[in-house]
Ligand binder design. Sequence first.
Ligand SMILES: Nc1ncnc2c1ncn2[C@@H]1O[C@H](COP(=O)(O)OP(=O)(O)OP(=O)(O)O)[C@@H](O)[C@H]1O
Ligand SMILES: [Mg+2]
Length: 227
Amino acid sequence: MNKKRKIIIVENLLHVYKEKVETVALPGINFDVEEGEKILITGKSGVGKTTLLHCLAGILRPTAGRIIVNGNNIIEKDQDQLADYRRDTVGLIYQSFNLAPFLNIKENIEFPMIIAGKAKDFREKRIIELTDELEISRYLNSVPDKLSGGEQQRVAIAVALANQPEIILADEPTGNIDVDTSKTVYNMLTEMCDKYKTTLLIATHDPDAINYVDKEINLPKLGGINL
Ligand SMILES: Nc1ncnc2c1ncn2[C@@H]1O[C@H](COP(=O)(O)OP(=O)(O)OP(=O)(O)O)[C@@H](O)[C@H]1O
Ligand SMILES: [Mg+2]
């Protein structure tokens, strides 16, 4: 049987936010993801979906547990290694698009590639390829403000994919757009991930999202409990 490689293994992942009250955001969860798989992360508000994505992105160091990505536990990485991991391995997509308002669309997509030290030829080719596929080429010289929500989210997909990450993490990617536009965004996002063999994790409340993924992970209600 042709068994696929596990790209992510999450073991006993626990996160407790230690503010005025201590909140258990992730109660010790376990799951794994195969290379190229599309995963939906669901669960009630406050159950820890965003916290999980931030842990997987290397933005938040969890309280305990292991996150093995490509065979390495990212929780053991130092700050420099984590910065490399964030730049090279993961791409993030948010509800609020997170584009730089004073850069045009071309510059927004080019920026992560400049940071990663990609050559100008590569950058130019990649911008043309991504904007063609996402049907946003006509906006290259516009600033994000001039685009609709759905168009801005397609730019955000291009930004996330620019450095050819192995994993895309999307947090409520259709939270700010209407139902029809959401379908376009899901279709384009999942087609791009298929094309580049990118593993995709989407956290959302949107019931339509299940139609675009291989597997659902429903987080346990234990997340979000104040101690
Ligand atoms: N920075 C923080 N400091 C303290 N507590 C936090 C912080 N961020 C989140 N929490 C708490 O951790 C729990 C999990 O939050 P999280 O944002 O991960 O949930 P979520 O599943 O993404 O919710 P939603 O569906 O509303 O986006 C909640 O109880 C939340 O109040
Ligand atoms: Mg959230």
